[in-house]
Structure formats: structure tokens, C-alpha cells
Design a binder for this molecule. Structure first.
Ligand SMILES: [Zn+2]
Length: 328
């Protein structure tokens, strides 16, 4: 599986050529002080024409959508009592005894993570950070937060699915179905962790069971909208590959590193015009060989995203600007 890497040349980029399974061998925690990193990150974003955001589970957790702890015990007491569940992540893999029970759980999960929350402040702050830039979002999160925070439907590629969509469990046809109305009804009708039998959805084509449109096995449905987002993402990559670009990675750990983490490292390695800013609560290690073109910020993202934004504002304020009346 070795591909020839062409240095300096411009080749057409696609989502497939972007993906990488190769981890770095020279990871380090950078020793630069936090304040220094804030300045460096602010400078990189200011100077960039393009920003490619790569977001993982850590971003939504930092924004408040945590899958365990108090948020789980507050929202799922009856499920904890009935099934002994410990968190929302592993609960998704629970071997439910019936379809009524399975949708009983998922309607709660979708309600709590996708329907009830509005755009969270961290996502809104992130949006402010890229205002005025050409940007695109690649996310593995299914909670729809980038859409809610108005990043723009045509600038988001949610590659692993969305809690607002269901599909045929065996993927017999390449279509997804909006589930918000259905989930709301299930959420209201649920009793003893189960929904009534008449509410259980069936595939309109094969009659089999339906499933969440989440990439958890080989039956994940990539529908027309998914493919359109994929090609817009490819076009963005192609456009920015020789331009001043920041790869802004947020909360991407080592669970599925081949979709964002490793590709971002590979891009930074191959393209001198790119800078990687990696924000992570405790896994912000970066390849040492990337030198100053990688900034690994090991901190709470609510804080670091604010601080980078403030660092940009401070610099804008002290800019020597003699035009008193420039309309601002
Ligand atoms: Zn089917």
C-alpha cells in the first residue's frame, strides 16, 4: 500500500487521497509556554487565506456534550437501572433485546445530543475565529453542531453520519431519512425505556430494520448529500493546497486517527504553505519534524479557542491604523 509522494508538485486532491493511516514516529509535547502558543496560533490564522477545520469528539465534549458523568446519569437514570449502562458511547453498542428497546434508547440519545441542544458557545467562538477566511469543516461528530452554529451547509462534511438521519440497517439502498420528527414522537411515547411497537421504523425498500446513519460497520450509507459534501471537500483541498492554509484540528484523538489526525500531519509534512494547529485536552502531541509549522496546544478548548480569538483581537487593536474614519 505504498504510494509515491510527489514533493512540490500539484496533484488533484480528493477525500480519498487525503486519508492516511500512517502515524508519526516523532511525537512530542511542545515545551513552548501557553501564552506563546496563543500568539503563534493567532498569527498563523491571521496570515492564512484558508482554514480547514478538522473536528473530533473532543470538541463536542469540551463544548458540553459529554457522553459520561453527570450528564449521562442525569439524563439516563432509567436506562442505567435497567441495563447497567455506564456512558452514552458504549450504550450505543448495547445488545438491545428488541427493536422497541433499541429505538427507546436511540430516541433518547438523539434527543439529548442532537435535538435539544442549541448551538453551543464553543462552536460559536470557533465560527468567529474563521470569519473572513475561506474555510471548510471536516468533522466526525454526528451532533450537527457546525450546522447549528451557522458554518454553512455547503462548508461542512460530516463524514461519519448525523444523528438526524436513519438508513436501512443492511444498507440495501443508498438513501437516508430525516428522523427528527420521528425521534421527537418516540421520545414522548417512550415507557420503561421502550417505544410502542407501531413506531418501530422499517426499511421502505426491503422491509428490514432501520438503523442510525452512523459509520459503525460496512453498511453505512453514503447518500447523495454525503457524496456532494465529499466532492466539495475535495475541491476545497485542491484549491488551498498551494495557498497559505491553517489546518485547525480540535479534539481529535486516537480513536479514528486516519480520518483527520494522520491526514493533517501528512498534509503539513508535504505542503510548506500549511500550518497545523492542534487543540486537544491531553493528546496535543505533534510531530517534532514539523517544527514551527505545528502548534500543539494541550489545554481545555473552551479556554484556548477564546484565548486565540482574544490574541487576534489584541493584535488588531494595536495595528498602526491612521485612517480614523474607515467606517468602523
Ligand atoms: Zn433495506
Amino acid at each position: 500500500m505504498f504510494q509515491k509522494i510527489k514533493f512540490g508538485g500539484k496533484q488533484k486532491m480528493t477525500f480519498q487521497s487525503f486519508l492516511s493511516g500512517v502515524p508519526a514516529r516523532d511525537y512530542i509535547f511542545q515545551s513552548a509556554p501557553y501564552e506563546e502558543q496563543m500568539k503563534e496560533a493567532a498569527k498563523a490564522i491571521e496570515e492564512a487565506e484558508y482554514v480547514l477545520i478538522g473536528a473530533g469528539a473532543g470538541l463536542s465534549a469540551a463544548a458540553g456534550l459529554t457522553y459520561g458523568g453527570k450528564r449521562f446519569t442525569d439524563n439516563f437514570p432509567e436506562f442505567i437501572q435497567k441495563y447497567g449502562m455506564t456512558d452514552m458511547y458504549s450504550a450505543g453498542f448495547y445488545p438491545f433485546p428488541s427493536e422497541e428497546a433499541r429505538w427507546g434508547y436511540w430516541s433518547k440519545h438523539v434527543y439529548v445530543n442532537r435535538i435539544a441542544p442549541k448551538a453551543l458557545p464553543l462552536y460559536q467562538k470557533l465560527k468567529e475565529l474563521v470569519n473572513g477566511k475561506k474555510y471548510f469543516v471536516l468533522t466526525t461528530n454526528a451532533d450537527h453542531q457546525f450546522y447549528k452554529a451557522d458554518f454553512g451547509d455547503d462548508k461542512i462534511f460530516a463524514t461519519q453520519g448525523d444523528y438526524g438521519l436513519i438508513q436501512c440497517m443492511s444498507g440495501c439502498h443508498a438513501k437516508t431519512y430525516d428522523d427528527i420528527e420521528m425521534m421527537n414522537q418516540m421520545h414522548q411515547a417512550r415507557k420503561d425505556c421502550q417505544i410502542p411497537s407501531y413506531m418501530v421504523p422499517k426499511c421502505p425498500v426491503c422491509g428490514g430494520p432501520m438503523n442510525m446513519n452512523l459509520r459503525c460497520d460496512q453498511h453505512f450509507v453514503e447518500d447523495d448529500a454525503w457524496h456532494e459534501a465529499e466532492s466539495r471537500f475535495g475541491a476545497f483541498l485542491d484549491e488551498c493546497q498551494d495557498k497559505k492554509t491553517v489546518l485547525l484540528e480540535l479534539g481529535v484523538g486516537f480513536n479514528t486517527p486516519t480520518i483527520i489526525r494522520f491526514p493533517f500531519e501528512k498534509l503539513t509534512r508535504e505542503k510548506e504553505n500549511m500550518t497545523l494547529i492542534r487543540l486537544n485536552l491531553d493528546e496535543a502531541i505533534v510531530p517534532e519534524s514539523l517544527g514551527k509549522r505545528a502548534i500543539g496546544i494541550n489545554a481545555d478548548m473552551e479556554r484556548s479557542v477564546s484565548d486565540i480569538g482574544n490574541a487576534i483581537l489584541v493584535k488588531e487593536k494595536v495595528k498602526p491604523d491612521h485612517s480614523v474614519n474607515d467606517g468602523m
